[in-house]
Write a protein that binds this ligand. Structure first.
Ligand SMILES: CC(C)(COP(=O)(O)OP(=O)(O)OC[C@H]1O[C@@H](n2cnc3c(N)ncnc32)[C@H](O)[C@@H]1OP(=O)(O)O)[C@@H](O)C(=O)NCCC(=O)NCCS
Length: 152
C-alpha cells in the first residue's frame, strides 16, 4: 500500500458505491437498511480501493456494517488500513466498535488480525434474513457472528 492513500467521508450519492458494497453484503435491500443512516468511508489509492460503512448503535457504540476491498487489491493491507482509520475516527465519541459478519474463514481471521475479539452469535440470522442462501468458498453461511473492539 502506498503512502498517498486518502480516506474520504462520502455524504452524497452513496448509491454510486453499490457495486463494492454488494461485494460484502450481496443483497441490496439489506445494504439499504443501513446505508442512509451510516457513515460511508472510501479509501482511494489513486482510484477507489476499499469502502466501509459505520452506524451509531447507541451511546458510544458503533458498528461496522460493511467493509469491502476491490478483489484486485485484496491482501495488500488496504482493509486493515481503512479499519485503523475508522477506529481512530471514532476514538473520541466512542467506547466500543462492533462488527457482525458471516462465520466465514475469510472475514473472521481478518477482523481478528485487526484486534477484534469474538462476542456472540445470532444463530440462523443469515438464513432467516436473506432471500437466498449465501455461500463463501463453497460453504453456506448461517449465523451472524459479532466481534468487538474497545475504542481506547
Ligand atoms: C475481508 C476484506 C475486506 C479484507 O480486506 P483486505 O484489504 O484484503 O485485507 P488486508 O489486506 O488488510 O488483510 C489484513 C489481514 O487480514 C487477514 N486476512 C485478510 N483476508 C484474508 C483471507 N481471505 N483469509 C485469511 N486471512 C485474511 C490476514 O491476516 C491479512 O494480513 P496478511 O495479508 O498480512 O496475512 C476483503 O477480503 C473483502 O473485501 N472481502 C469481500 C467482502 C467481505 O466479505 N467483507 C467482510 C464482510 S463485512
Amino acid at each position: 500500500m502506498k503512502e498517498e492513500c486518502v480516506v474520504k467521508i462520502v455524504e452524497e450519492n452513496k448509491d454510486d458505491f453499490m457495486e463494492l458494497l454488494l461485494l460484502a453484503d450481496e443483497q441490496e435491500d439489506m445494504v439499504r437498511r443501513y446505508l442512509d443512516r451510516g457513515t460511508l468511508f472510501a479509501l482511494y489509492d489513486g482510484e477507489l480501493v476499499s469502502i466501509c460503512v459505520v452506524t451509531e448503535e447507541g451511546e458510544g457504540e458503533y458498528e461496522i456494517q460493511n467493509l469491502a476491498t476491490r478483489e484486485e487489491y485484496q491482501r495488500k493491507g488496504y482493509g486493515r488500513a481503512l479499519i485503523h482509520h475508522v477506529l481512530e475516527h471514532y476514538k473520541g465519541p466512542g467506547r466500543i466498535m462492533w462488527v457482525g459478519t458471516g462465520d466465514s474463514p475469510m472475514t473472521v481471521p481478518f477482523y481478528e488480525s485487526c484486534g477484534f475479539v469474538y462476542s456472540h452469535r445470532l444463530a440462523n440470522y443469515i438464513v432467516e434474513h436473506y432471500d437466498h442462501p449465501i455461500f463463501e468458498n463453497g460453504v453456506q453461511l448461517t449465523d451472524k457472528v459479532y466481534f468487538k473492539k474497545a475504542l481506547s
